[in-house]
Each structure stands twice: as structure tokens, then as C-alpha cells.
Write a protein that binds this ligand. Structure first.
Ligand SMILES: [Cu+2]
Length: 136
């Protein structure tokens, strides 16, 4: 391989690496749910869910040492109670992204508070939790 090409590729990889590191560091919490054994952190770049399509990262860490917890199969669903209507329900699509870490997408047709339910079932534990998140 010509030397100049190698240099160009190396620079490209460094820039890409920097961009990826930046993305991870720029995550802001949408909600942090602390439980006895595990902490669930819902986060994205803005720290908010908005009307329309949203992407986010869901992380499970041990309450004690903050290390990732392998929670295996995870689901996240949301519900919004509206007067005189059946609750509006939306579920997330989750993709594993390393130990205790999941990338998700979810779509909301309107604003307002959502009741969020997260469930997990893996080698290091099984559980569920509920919390409220506003869609702005
Ligand atoms: Cu609604």
C-alpha cells in the first residue's frame, strides 16, 4: 500500500474514532431510575423525548460498582392515558450494543407524559420498573 494512502486512512480512522467517542460522551440523561441492585439510565443526545421519531440508549449498571449488568432480553413500552380514549401505547425497538447497553428507537404521535415500563430477563437478573417521561 502506498505510504500516503496509509497516512490518509490512519487520519480517517482517528477522525471516525473521535466522532464516535464524542457521541458517547455527549449523551444526556432523559431519566435515571435507581433501584436496589440496578440502575437503569435512559439517555440520548438532547436529554429529551420529542414528538415524532426518537433514538436513545438504555443502560443497565450495578447499583454498587456501576459496572454494566448483563440483563439479556429487554423490552421498553410506553403508555399515555387520554380522557375518553383507550391509552396510546408505543413500544421501542431495542438492539443490544455491548454489555448492559441497548440502542433503541421509538415514535410518539403527540406530546405529553408517558408511563414507561422497562422489563429485563438475563443471566445477571430479572426485573421490571416503571417511570414517567415527558414527550416535549
Ligand atoms: Cu396521546
Amino acid at each position: 500500500m502506498p505510504k500516503r494512502l496509509i497516512v490518509a486512512l490512519s487520519v480517517g480512522i482517528l477522525i471516525m474514532g473521535g466522532a464516535l467517542a464524542g457521541t458517547a460522551a455527549d449523551m444526556k440523561p432523559i431519566h435515571i431510575q435507581k433501584m436496589k441492585d440496578v440502575t437503569v439510565t435512559l439517555q440520548n443526545e438532547s436529554g429529551q423525548w420529542k414528538e415524532g421519531k426518537n433514538s436513545f440508549v438504555l443502560e443497565f449498571t450495578a447499583a454498587q460498582d456501576k459496572k454494566p449488568v448483563d440483563v439479556g432480553k429487554v423490552s421498553l413500552s410506553t403508555s399515555m392515558g387520554m380522557p375518553g380514549m383507550a391509552p396510546m401505547v408505543a413500544g421501542a425497538t431495542l438492539t443490544p450494543d455491548g454489555p448492559g447497553r441497548y440502542r433503541g428507537t421509538i415514535e410518539f404521535p403527540d406530546r405529553g407524559a408517558r408511563q414507561v415500563t422497562v422489563t429485563w430477563d438475563g443471566p445477571e437478573g430479572k426485573g421490571s420498573t416503571r417511570f414517567s417521561v415527558p414527550v416535549r
